[in-house]
Write a protein that binds this ligand. Sequence first.
Ligand SMILES: NC(=O)c1ccc[n+]([C@@H]2O[C@H](COP(=O)([O-])OP(=O)(O)OC[C@H]3O[C@@H](n4cnc5c(N)ncnc54)[C@H](OP(=O)(O)O)[C@@H]3O)[C@@H](O)[C@H]2O)c1
Length: 280
Amino acid sequence: MTDKTALVTGANSGMGLATSAGLVQKGYRVLMACRSRERGEEALARIGQSGGPGSAELVLCDLADLASIRRFADDVHGRISSLDVLINNAGVVSPKRQETKDGFELALGVNHLGHFLATNLLLDLIKPAEGRIVVVASGAYKAGRIHFEDPHLRDGYNVVKSYGQSKLANILFARELALRLYADGVAVNSLHPGAVLTQLGVNRGTGFGQGVYRALGRMPSFQTPEEGASTAVYLADSPEVEGISREYFYRSRPNRLDRKAEDDETAARLWAWSEHEVGL
Ligand SMILES: NC(=O)c1ccc[n+]([C@@H]2O[C@H](COP(=O)([O-])OP(=O)(O)OC[C@H]3O[C@@H](n4cnc5c(N)ncnc54)[C@H](OP(=O)(O)O)[C@@H]3O)[C@@H](O)[C@H]2O)c1
């Protein structure tokens, strides 16, 4: 049992739901950040049915809308006075170029900029000396670069460029944040969950992508959401991770990064650019 509190973004589906359930099983109070009240309540009911010594509650947050993120941060501050674990898990991938409410390219806007603002607005709640921040990135970062000349990909959009950029941004953000929080003793690590069968890439409005989801489900090489969530739960809760920060994990072990993801100059430049974009 624990009296710890965790917040998980994208908690209604896939690995976010499995991570939330895993932490409730370990006795955490879990704040499940979801953009849809309906899907969030369904997920909450599923977690309630599975039991567990902890508890779960729904907090609404649309990471594609800066005003919603600010309301969410206020809501969280009204509910809790400290946070042990923040898991930035929500993510999107889109075959077509789309924009967030604030005109950001969707993947960069949700996967990176939305989490960048949300994390910064919640930082005062993270417990010094023991707090942990977990960033769910992806091995797809290898296909990305930060397009500082056209970050919102107005020219020559494609899905690999978009998702790869957003996931590289996740890792650069985690490494820069780890440096900034080093003196406070807050650990920040990122991870690649592996290939996991989830609703990632399935359009929630039209259902486009469900066929691919079903076809992939017949391939044994895909992990279940619970298997995929295991590294996030490990980074959130395992005593083995104490004192470890600024690492990138795969299968609950530190993994080597390509040089571009360890480029501190790019990470600092991305941080400054992101602050400007979200108005911090
Ligand atoms: N699946 C894989 O093989 C794989 C591999 C590497 C990395 N990842 C990463 O793993 C993470 C979890 O993805 P998943 O595979 O579990 O996919 P998923 O089942 O599609 O879950 C994604 C979650 O993100 C939420 N989300 C999307 N847009 C949002 C927004 N604007 N505001 C707030 N929440 C939003 C979704 O909410 P809705 O249900 O309301 O859309 C959902 O809860 C992502 O960061 C993804 O990049 C996945």
